[in-house]
Design a protein around this ligand. Sequence first.
Ligand SMILES: [Zn+2]
Length: 163
Amino acid sequence: MKNLLSKEIIYQLLAEVPDPEIPVVNIIEMGMVRDVNLNSDGVEVFLCPTYTGCPAMDMIDTMVKEKLAENGFVNTVVTLVYKPAWTTDWMNAATKEKLRVFGIAPPVGKASSKKGMMNQEMVACPQCKSTNTQIKSMFGSTACKSLYTCTDCLEPFDYFKCI
Ligand SMILES: [Zn+2]
């Protein structure tokens, strides 16, 4: 019983760890937390990295350990899980809406239903919601995003690629 309760507390604490690249969403909302293990030695957090080689992973590792340590869980191990690979399908609609409000066009559609069809989707402008948009560069501010511009309001914006 105590264990179940503690596990719940750990999940609540992890929900306070933001994605360093998108501070409006946390690592739970991103679907990165795959499991939490609690035993007499401490806590083990299983994290699935979003994009391979994402430089934010070291930062997330540190933030997770600090957040748990501040709350009395001093022995934390972060284990990276690569299979199954992270997919934008693990973000729910509310999380995608947070991205849009933040100014990043959220991934369109399901990665699982359109393999090999990169950037064929209609990407809506996060400002005016027009789908009259153009891709400018495959890579935006980070490798996981593409740079678009809106033909209607002329705003450039990042599109979070669907993977
Ligand atoms: Zn626009």
